[in-house]
Design a protein. Structure first.
Ligand code: BGC
Length: 809
């Protein structure tokens, strides 16, 4: 048997030992049979090509296709139910698996996938595991009652991006990567880094931002942090997996400019800055072809233009033509099926797939193997330091929470407040993260109720009892950590009578209401009762504010959500609003840290909160047409995504990109710009001083308004950002930024080039995308073509894209 029975034990080639004659025969066999002599060699860094040369076709095929996946019947049932509720049912079916491979015990039960071992060449099986907010593996293993395998649930990507702090994201990545390594995993399937094109995308919590610079910088920091442990990452989903509805088949029709400037740009930054070991192609099509089958995307752009050196894998069961995937440069098909192996083998035999192409794919897989901890027999403890990582999760969560409103300094909670009336099911049942493959099986979740109690407050006992009883009755079967892929539907909010609210207002010093949202893989969110608040939630806000304000007691709303919701209809009512996102397992503590002022909120929005959903530029093109079963979605807004749209088209918003309040104030002084046009550099320095009474961190956002020659340009674009260290009152920090023509360039599809137009550039230092504290200008005397690229990824027909009013140009 060629393939090992486990990831570590190799099976052996039979060796004849029957006396002198057999020995001579054996010697002859060794000398004359290239296959056999190759078997003496095990894979190492210098013989990779030689090994590939000696591999049989069958061995190669077992290298580029994964071992399959076993989904227990209970999961299949959940999957079917989940798919039934969405239009994914039209496209999804589980193909037959290699049943022999599935009998081989998993090294890490619950990991998403694994590759085949090859004993002959000393190639071990690699283990790949989700996902962006922490390691997703089974916390409990069959026949192993003595040990648990929980992983830390870190704050979700939306929160991490709101920290605007690459150092913080690196720290989370470092801790997460330590768990990857200590659980014996080779590659973590993350970070997710699709652009938040529309607020209803069910997986937005796994993604960073509407802005490609934030997306790329955050992903690069995460990749570097994880990979600093000697394990790999897989940036995903490359590209344009911006919705869950029909994600396995929908055709995204998008211009090359929008692709290059918005949807690919973050990936480009992450690849160039952090060299992730792997990239995961997405499920969808772009301009008519599955991404996993696009040579221009996976080879021309990713490898030839950006210099990516790693491996590309499919998303699970992604695409449909294994041969086209190999040809495109999609080296590894995951989780892998026998049908894919047959297709590749047959295509090689029939001359339809060039052996050199397959060899190249095999080499990329083997390079990954050579990097992997499993190949190097790295020891792993199965005992990551979960306590230390919980501290990282708690601190990181505080760094990305965004204070949206703080009328009359309601927050931090004042010292004369002791008793809190806590409302909202998510106050007692915190939502740490989203569902689907981005779930993490954490050892615990700290509720806001517990967080506040641990911070020394008394929470209203009667409300607590009512909420806990309600949650028990409404929370369908507790999530089975062994199997659940798709989360239970969120608990509908509990109505509270006005009598009860009036009583609570009389007996407590303040009210906190938590509004919770949960979504995830497999379905997009709905407008009603999800993006928009439900009637019960609206009534709660109104009734609580009325009763508490009548007694001059403050009301704070905490948003325990993974993506944007509607706020304009109710935000004038409470005194303060804290956007806590989905803050991971330590969420309750972290929210309490911010509410009490132990931590000063320093998060800023990395996504715009519009006034109305219909203000979103993608609202009329999401999730595509026909609406009940979309086959295609046209990105008609082109590059005008998020603040690029709202600013350029002068659409007022609820909370702009970059927005967030602090418990202190900052002053910006001494903005200085030094031009070195001959060297293609513009240097800016600015000094930020904490002018308030509490220590705090400020996010400095540098936006540029570029002159428009042949192309229209957004009103302004974020080009640089930095976060100060914790500044004590009166303390200052000088920040330094360097702009180059490449930072200023837009993509001109007619010339297949990145071009910085000649003219006047205006630089703004912003509190957010609509509020500037300082500005200056510089001239670019002559146009600079910063890069020429290939013409790729063309739409099949022209797209009628949005263009801003002429005054912007
Ligand atoms: C998801 C990926 C995930 C993979 C493995 C897919 O359904 O889209 O993000 O990494 O499953 O679990």
């Amino acid at each position: 048997m060629l393939y090992s029975n486990s990831y570590l034990q190799w099976t052996h080639q039979p060796v004849a030992r029957k006396g002198r004659l057999s020995c001579i025969c054996l010697l002859l066999l060794i000398c004359c049979n290239p296959l056999y002599s190759a078997a003496q060699q095990k894979l190492n860094a210098s013989n990779l090509k030689e090994i590939v040369h000696h591999m049989t076709l069958d061995e190669k095929v077992h290298t580029v296709v994964g071992m399959g996946i076993y989904l227990p019947p209970s999961v299949m049932e959940q999957l079917r139910r989940a798919l039934h509720d969405t239009s994914m049912l039209h496209n999804f079916h589980l193909p037959p698996m290699d049943t022999n491979a599935l009998k081989i015990p998993e090294k890490v039960p619950g990991a998403a996938g694994r590759t085949y071992a090859n004993a002959r060449f000393g190639i071990p099986s690699l283990t790949l595991s989700d996902g962006p907010a922490g390691v997703r593996i089974n916390p409990i293993r069959n026949n192993d009652s003595s040990h648990t395998y929980y992983a830390t649930a870190f704050p979700v990507a939306t929160l991490l991006a709101s920290s605007w702090d690459t150092g913080c994201v690196y720290a989370v990545g470092k801790a997460m990567g330590d768990e990857v390594k200590n659980y014996g995993i080779d590659v973590l399937l993350g970070p997710g880094m699709n652009i938040q094109r529309n607020p209803l995308c069910g997986r937005n919590f796994e993604y960073y931002s509407e802005d490609p610079l934030i997306t790329g910088m955050m992903a690069a920091a995460m990749v570097s942090g994880i990979q600093s442990n000697g394990v790999g990452t897989s940036i995903k989903h490359f590209a344009c997996n911006n919705q869950e509805t029909n994600r396995n088949s929908v055709n995204v029709i998008v211009s090359e400019r929008a692709l290059r400037e918005i949807y690919l740009r973050g990936f480009e930054i992450a690849v160039k800055q952090a060299q992730p070991w792997t990239v995961m192609s997405s499920y969808n099509k772009i301009n008519g072809t599955y991404t996993s089958e696009r040579h221009d995307l996976l080879t021309t752009v990713l490898r030839d233009e950006w210099g990516f050196k790693g491996l590309v894998m499919t998303d699970w069961f992604g695409g449909h033509d294994a041969v086209a995937q190999m040809q495109a440069g999609n080296d590894l098909l995951m989780p892998g099926t026998p049908l894919q192996m047959q297709a590749i083998e047959q295509a090689v035999r029939e001359g339809k797939l060039d052996t050199n192409v397959l060899n190249h794919n095999v080499e990329n897989v083997l390079r990954l193997v050579l990097h992997s901890p499993t190949f190097h027999h790295e020891p792993y403890s199965d005992h990551p330091d979960l306590q230390a990582h919980a501290r990282v999760a708690r601190w990181a969560a505080t760094q990305g929470m965004v204070l949206l409103k703080n009328q009359e300094n309601t927050l931090p909670i004042s010292h004369n407040i002791h008793r809190i009336a806590l409302f909202g099911t998510s106050a007692y049942h915190l939502i740490p993260g989203g569902t689907g493959s981005g779930t993490v099986h954490a050892p615990y979740t700290i509720s806001l109720d517990k967080g506040l109690k641990d911070a020394g407050f008394q929470t209203d006992a009667s409300l607590q009892t009512k909420y806990q009883q309600y949650i028990q009755t409404h929370n369908p079967a507790p999530r089975n950590p062994m199997s659940a892929l798709f989360g239970a539907p969120p608990i509908p909010e509990m109505p509270v009578s006005t009598d009860e609210i009036t009583r609570a207002a009389a007996e407590n010093d303040m009210a906190i209401l938590s509004i919770g949202r949960e979504s995830g893989e497999g379905a997009d969110r709905h407008l009603k009762d999800d993006y928009e608040l439900s009637d019960t939630e609206q009534a709660l806000i109104s009734d609580i504010c009325r009763a508490f304000h009548a007694m001059h007691k403050p009301v704070v709303v905490v948003l325990n959500i993974g993506g944007v919701i509607e706020t304009a209809s109710w935000s004038d009512k409470p005194d303060a609003i804290l956007l806590a996102w989905q803050p991971g397992e330590e969420g309750g503590h972290a929210i309490a840290d911010v509410l009490t002022g132990k931590e000063n909120p320093s998060g800023r929005l990395a996504v715009t909160f519009p006034l109305h959903y219909t203000d979103e530029p993608s609202a009329s093109n999401f999730p595509g047409t026909p609406p009940d079963n979309p086959q295609q979605v046209v990105y008609q807004e082109g590059i005008y995504v998020g603040y690029r749209y709202f600013n350029s088209f002068h659409i007022p918003v609820a909370y702009p990109f970059g927005y967030g309040l602090s418990y202190t104030t900052f002053r910006y002084d001494h903005l200085q710009l030094t031009s070195h046009p001959e060297q293609g550099r513009w240097e800016l320095t600015v000094t930020v001083t904490n002018t308030g009474k509490r220590p705090g961190r400020e996010v400095v956002q540098l936006y540029v308004h570029a002159p428009a020659a042949h192309l229209d340009k957004p009103e302004m674009e974020l080009k640089k950002f930095a976060k100060t260290r914790l500044l004590a009152p009166g303390q200052s920090q000088t920040l330094h930024f360097v702009l180059t023509p490449a930072d200023l360039a837009s993509f001109d599809p007619a010339r297949s080039a990145w071009v910085a137009d000649a003219g006047t550039y205006r630089v703004y230092l912003g509190k957010n995308a609509t509020e500037y504290v300082a500005s200056t200008t510089f001239e670019l005397p002559k146009e600079v073509v910063t890069e020429r690229v290939h013409q790729v990824l063309q739409p099949q027909q022209p797209i009628q894209e949005l263009h801003p009013p002429a005054s912007n140009e």
